[in-house]
Design a binder for this molecule. Sequence first.
Ligand SMILES: [Mn+2]
Length: 295
Amino acid sequence: MAARGFTTFLARASKKGLSNCPSARSTRVSPIIWSSRGYRELNRPPTANEMPRPAGIASFMRLPVQKDAKGLNACFVGVPLDIGTSNRPGTRFGPRQIRTESVMCRAFNKDTGAAPYESLNVGDIGDVPVNIYNLEKAVEDIKKFYSAKILAMNCIPITLGGEHTISYPILLAMKAKHGPVAMIHVDAHMDVSPAMMGNKIAHGTPFRRAVEAGCLQGNLVWQIGIRGQDYDYSDLKYAKEQGFHVIEAKDCWYKSLVPLMDNIKKELKDTPVYLSFDIDGIDPAFAPGTGEDSI
Ligand SMILES: [Mn+2]
C-alpha cells in the first residue's frame, strides 16, 4: 500500500470540505467527491438493510467489480496462491473466503472515525490469474498484473492472500513505480530465509529477495510481532544487518503499541509504504488457518 498517494488524497479531500459530504449524515446517500471535473459519485458497499448479508455478488464488501483499477483510488485484489508454503496448503482459497466473511464489515467505524468510502473510490478487481503449478511463473504473473492493471492507474492495491511468496512480486512492481519503499510487516516470522530446500522463491524468502532486488529502504522496515522458534540466529542477524527494525513479540508484551506507531509515522514522512499482515502474527490458538503456524 503506498501511503503517499493515500495521504495526499485525503489532505486534498479535507481541504475541499469533505466533512460536509451528505453521506456523513445519511447512509442512504452515495458519497460524492470534488475533482477538477466537478462532483463524482463514489462506490459504496451496500448496507444489510439494502442487500441482505448472504446475498449479492460475492465481491469484497459487495463493492462493484471491474476488470482493472481504472478510476479507483484503492482496489481489493486477490492472489489465490499457496504452492510456496512449507507445511499446510489452502490459502489459495483465502481471497474467496475473505470476501465471504467481508459481508460483516460496515463502511464506518464509530470508535476510530474511519470512513474510507467517504473520500476514496474503491472497487474489487477480482483475482490475479496466477499460475498455481509453477512458482516462478506465478511471481511473474503477479508482478505484471500489479504493474499493468493497478499501479499504472495510480491505484493503491489492497491484497487478499495467498501465502507470503506474493509479497516479493508485489514489491518488485512497487519498486518499478516508486523506487525503494518502506515496509511495515506484522508476522511471527521475518521471512528472510536465503532459500527453502534450495528454492529461492518460497513463502519464507520474500523479503531477502526484495532486499537483493533493491525494493526496500532497510532503515524504513519494521517487522513487528516476530516470535517463536528458529534454526539459529542467522535470519535475525541478516534482518538487522539490513537496518530492519525487528520488534519481537516479547518486546510488545504489557506495552501500548501507540508510541511505536507514532514513531513509525514520524520516520515514514511521505515515503511510499508497503503494509503486510501475516495471519500467523496472531496466536494460532485464535487463527489456525495458516501455512506455518509459529508455536
Ligand atoms: Mn509468518
